[in-house]
Every structure is written in C-alpha cells, then in structure tokens.
Design a protein around this ligand. Structure first.
Ligand SMILES: Nc1ncnc2c1ncn2[C@@H]1O[C@H](COP(=O)(O)OP(=O)(O)OP(=O)(O)O)[C@@H](O)[C@H]1O
Length: 384
C-alpha cells in the first residue's frame, strides 16, 4: 500500500483529503507545516508528498528545496490556493510532479496521485535494473595487478582519451571497457560493441558506418552504422587486431575528422564518439607484418591497459569462485553451493589458459555435477 504524506496547515483540508485518499486505500500520514513535514520525510518512508504551498514556519517551496537538496528522491504534488498558483508552477519547474488548486477537484487529484506513484515505481524499477546491470559487469578480485587496472580505469574514465585494452582471451577486457564507459560522463548514452573478428570483411564498413539504400545488392534499406548509434557514448571495437586493412583506413579517417560517410552515401556525418578498443593480438607484430596500420595504432592507444592473465593473479580465484557460485545460484533460483578449502586450492593449481571465462564454466560444471559440497576430488574429476 502506497504511503502518502499530507502537509497542510488547514485541518479541514487535511481531513477531507485524508478521507478521500484512505477510501482509495492509501495510507495517510499528516503534518501541519513544512518543518514538521521535513522531520517526517527524514525519518520515515513515503511514496508521495501532497503539500500546500502557503504555510507558516516553512512553506511548500522551501520544503521542496530542502528535500531535494538532501537528495531525497520522492515525488511532490503541490496544493495551491487562489493567489499561490505562480508559486505552484515554479515548484513544478523545480521538480514537483504536479500541482492542483484548492478546493481540489476529486478526479483530478486522484489521477495526479496515481500518475505520480506510477512514475516513482518506474524510477525505482529502473534503478534496480541499473544496479543489476552494474552487478553483472562488476570486476572481482583484489590482487595487486587488478587493483592497478582498476585505478587506471578510474583515472581515464572521466576523460575522453582513447583506450586500448590488451590481454588474452577471457581475461575481462570487455568488463574493463564497460567500467570505463559506466564511470564516464557518457554513461547516459549507450556503449555500442562491435566484434571486428566476427563480421565478414565485406560487411564491416557497412556495420561501422552504415549504408544508404541500394548501395550494394543486399542493401534494401538505409542502415545506421555503429559509429552513429554510439553518438554521445562509447564505441567498443573488440578484437580490433582482426579488422581488415580497408576498414582500418576508414576508421582512421573517422577518428581524425570525427565524421563518417555511410557506404554509398555522399554527405559527411559528424559523430561524437569515444573509442575503446581491445585485442588479444600483439599489434606491434601485426604492424611489422603489414597487417595493422601503425598510424591507427597510435590513434587508438593513447592509454594502454594490460589485463593480466588469471595465472598471474591466482589469489583472485577464491573471490571469483564465490561470486560465480552466488551468480549461478541466483540464475537457478537455488541455494548457493558450498566449496571446501582444498577444492579452492586445487582450482588455484591450474594454469587457466581460457582465463576467467574458463573458470566460470568450470564452476558451473561443478555446481551441476558435485554433491552437496564441492570437494577437491570433484575438482580433479570434473575440471581437468
Ligand atoms: N574480474 C572479473 N570479475 C568477474 N567476472 C569476470 C572478471 N573478468 C572477467 N569476468 C567474466 O569472464 C567472462 C569473460 O570476460 P570478458 O568477455 O570481459 O573477456 P574478454 O577479455 O573480453 O574476452 P575475449 O577476448 O574472449 O572477448 C565474462 O563472463 C566476464 O563477466
């Protein structure tokens, strides 16, 4: 049941509104002025505040300011008598959800209350979803090498510097890219990912820059490319070492001039994109073999982050295993499976050529195949 705080200095108005709202099954708490309202807001949970504009001690606008200054996130509907409409309008500019005039029209009041509550439910849901997403991309591990990576991320994230992330398969390069994007001012816009190794070379330009209708046989519709999709946000070029040379020169131009042209198109389109690239290849070697453009390498590698392989940070394994056990239990809606110390030590003795991705797969296998508690024997049996 939604809880509503009703703040008005006129007892009769409070009484009427309370009766109406209680009839609609809302739970009502009252306050006679802004100061009293503020105390209640600070000490209790409310889903909505209905607040008179003109009151002694602290008026409605002052209360609204005080609540938002304290970063308390709660919708307000202002109630204004004749002569205070301007102030009520000002309150909506400052963030109040709506205002209604006195004497309140019953239908208008109930619609506004319902809308305000729906909106705050949506806001709460979005927050939970965001938390879930950021939990998914959480970087686990407190080894020195990973701590250094984390420190570099927080230094470079707020800048627009291009970052090249290097490391073996499955070490968490994508996770690093996500963290940089999430900690940057671009996090309201999307991070768009392109796996340069997975796209056939004849399609990669259209994938990156888009194409105009009819520009090649299968181009039956106009298509917006990844650069344009990432406008205002981040473009993550994964496996950039596998990008064909022809596409490399076009990407170079896009980076130099901050504009692109769709395949088959004529006009230049300005784009504001931060580039993060990742590779498991040795790009210096690829340059020597004429497989990668040196000028592009220098453009994308303003900051370099080397993600260490798991065998160099085995001390992270117990923490990672714990996190995977709890994620898997969440996914399966089951109890978290226990693991004994010897089993963890056994896991730490391997070299993990597939890195963290491989470790996660092994943990999943162990959860499925082991009995109540995962033992060293299970690890020997199922992980090798
Ligand atoms: N530090 C970490 N904490 C928790 N999970 C991690 C960590 N590092 C990697 N992972 C998980 O391991 C898997 C592989 O990570 P990711 O895809 O980021 O690696 P990658 O280096 O980009 O791999 P590839 O080169 O194969 O694309 C993902 O499921 C990721 O969530």
């Amino acid at each position: 049941m939604a809880r509503i705080l009703l703040i008005d200095d006129e007892v009769s108005i409070r009484q009427t509104l309370k009766e109406i709202l209680e009839y609609e099954k809302y739970e009502i708490e009252e306050a006679a002025n802004g100061a009293e309202g503020l105390k209640k807001i600070e000490s209790q949970h409310f889903d909505l505040v209905l607040c008179d504009v003109k009151m002694p001690k602290m008026d409605g606008l002052e209360l609204l300011n005080a609540v938002y200054e304290k970063s308390i996130d709660i919708p307000f509907i202002m109630i204004s008598a004749h002569g205070t409409i301007d102030t009520a309008v000002e309150a909506t500019k400052k963030g109040a959800f709506d205002f209604i005039s006195k004497p309140p029209d019953l239908n208008r009041l109930l619609v506004s209350v319902r809308n305000a509550l729906d909106r705050s439910n949506l806001v709460a849901e979005t927050k939970t979803l965001r938390k879930k997403v950021s939990k998914k991309y959480e970087m686990i591990g407190s080894s020195n090498t990973l701590t250094e990576v984390r420190e570099t991320i927080s230094k470079v994230a707020p800048t627009d510097a291009r970052v090249l992330i290097m490391g073996e398969n499955g070490t968490g390069k994508e996770l690093v890219a996500r963290q940089i994007h999430e900690q940057s001012d671009r996090n309201k816009a999307p991070m768009i990912e392109v796996n340069c190794a997975a796209i056939p070379s004849e399609l990669i330009e259209s994938e990156l820059f888009g194409h105009e209708k009819g520009s090649f046989t299968s181009a039956i519709k106009q298509r917006i490319g990844k650069f344009e999709q990432a406008n205002g946000g981040t473009l993550f070029l994964d496996e950039i070492g596998d990008m064909p040379l022809a596409a490399q020169s076009k990407v170079l131009r896009a980076l130099q001039e901050s504009k692109i042209t769709r395949v088959g198109g004529e006009k230049d389109i300005k784009v504001d994109v931060r580039i993060i690239a990742a590779t498991n290849k040795n790009l210096k070697l690829a340059i020597e073999k004429n497989e990668f453009r040196e000028d592009l390498y220098h453009r994308i590698s303003v900051i370099k982050i080397q993600v260490p392989p798991l065998k160099e940070r085995k001390e992270d394994i117990p923490e990672l295993v714990e996190k995977f056990l709890s994620d898997i239990a969440d996914e399966q809606g089951a109890k978290v499976k226990m693991i004994d110390k010897a089993a963890l030590e056994q896991l730490q003795s391997y070299s993990w050529s597939g890195n963290i991705r491989e470790l996660r797969n092994v943990v999943e296998r162990l959860v499925i195949l082991s009995d109540e508690k995962i033992t060293a024997n299970d690890v020997k049996k199922y992980a090798e």
